[in-house]
Design a protein around this ligand. Structure first.
Ligand code: NAD
Ligand code: ZN
Length: 368
């Protein structure tokens, strides 16, 4: 039976349902939540081949009128061109404000379809049906939607919460191993932020979660969603605590930028894995976190085949200046002061908004 997590945002509250084959019940759930609504399913070509039939059959069985918009797989669709394609399809399909946009796919589709829902007809309802682990534990929850521009990633967008998240763990069976592990890194992040018990649980259960055993996998996704839901309910628009979700991301983004977002070199979750290790090492360098805790994080990620240092990225040898410059361009840098998520140990992360460039450089010079 599926697990459910509630995201408490007053009038905009919603449920996340996680379970094996929940996609097959999508039609009846939507019919109950939005009676009479028509739907557009936004997805990409790869996901469509593997999972669109299941969803369409379920919508049809519930007598829900729907059509699909299929975009090109990959980050390139989170663009002005992508948003034009989707909004034109919505308007051309004569959907009204009360109708429904469904995002079926990974984080790219969730961000794109969610943003289209936020702006088409001045705001339509939407449902997230995440099909990557990263989307199931992170991007489908919390309401951040948007696209990339030539100036950088996620620079145009909107906060727009879904009315339901349906995470079907069966869809993960077709996900490549590398994508699976990258999503797993974000799970580890929740343990490292403020839940040492969850990190310990992952140390024991990671092999079962990654191998796709239904119960531990469902449990791990539900605990991750609950962690994200708590932070989002506290601080929907990232005025404070939500920034904790950036653990590992200041370093991680810098690495992604310097690798030109080339997935052959580095995918996001791998950057986050390296970034989380660097955040722990940096904290250790500053005398905040024990070497033992650093080693525990390294051992866990390494044991699963995730990269844990910059040298693990093939053919990549950034200078300290390049790293510092890339971090300064990150949106987490405000008015010259560097903001980092640092930690006092596993599950004890905090926001440090006064990190000096000097201490960062001194830390980076200790890496070989
Ligand atoms: P993605 O959507 O590009 O999916 C990765 C690849 O996997 C794609 O080629 C896709 O076609 C394929 N795929 C998807 N589901 C599959 C399945 N079940 N089986 C086989 N293949 C499948 O990328 P992603 O890693 O899911 O998400 C990354 C995006 O998420 C980035 O754009 C990032 O900015 C965004 N993001 C957003 C938030 C947020 O809060 N909104 C948070 C984190 C990341
Ligand atoms: Zn991330």
């Amino acid at each position: 039976s599926p697990q459910s997590v509630h995201v408490d945002l007053g009038e905009r509250s919603y449920d996340i349902l996680i379970g094996q084959n929940v996609l097959e019940s999508a039609g009846e759930r939507i019919a109950a939540l939005a009676p009479g609504a028509r739907t557009v399913v936004v997805t990409d070509g790869r996901v469509a081949r593997m999972h669109l039939d299941t969803l369409e059959a379920s919508l049809e069985a519930a007598k829900i009128d729907s059509f699909a918009v299929i975009v090109t797989p990959g980050e390139g669709s989170k663009s002005w061109h992508g948003i034009q394609t989707v909004t034109d399809a919505i308007i051309g399909g004569r959907l009204e404000r009360g109708d429904l946009v469904i995002a079926l796919g990974g984080g790219v589709i969730g961000d794109l379809a969610g943003f289209a829902a936020a702006i088409a007809r001045r705001g339509m309802r939407f449902v997230q049906m995440p099909t990557t682990l990263l989307a199931q534990v992170d991007s489908s929850v919390g309401g951040k939607t948007g696209i990339n521009t030539e100036h950088g990633k996620n620079l145009v967008g909107s906060f727009h919460q879904p009315i339901l998240v349906l995470a079907d763990t069966a869809t993960l069976e077709t996900l490549p191993d590398r994508e699976m592990k990258a999503g797993y890194a974000e799970m580890v992040k929740y343990g490292l932020i403020d839940d040492a018990a969850f990190f310990e649980w992952l140390e024991v259960n990671a092999p079962a979660v990654l191998a796709g055993e239904v119960e531990p996998r469902t449990e791990a996704i539900a605990r991750s969603c609950a962690a994200k839901a708590r932070v989002v309910a506290d601080d929907e628009r990232e005025g404070g605590r939500r920034a904790l979700l950036n653990l590992g991301h200041t370093f991680g983004h810098a690495l992604e930028v310097l690798c030109n977002y080339d997935p052959a070199k580095l995918v996001h979750g791998e950057g986050v894995a390296i970034g989380m290790v660097l955040a722990h090492r940096f904290s250790n360098h500053l005398g905040l976190c024990s070497g033992q805790d650093v080693q525990r994080v390294v051992a866990h990620l390494e044991g699963l085949g995730l990269p844990t240092d910059i040298a693990a990225i093939e053919g990549f040898n950034p200078t300290i200046d390049e790293l510092v410059d890339a971090m300064k361009q990150d949106k987490k840098v405000e008015r010259g002061a560097l903001t980092f998520i640092l930690t006092r140990g596993i599950g004890q992360s905090f926001i440090a908004s006064d990190v000096s460039e000097g201490s960062l450089r001194s830390f980076l010079s200790t890496l070989d």
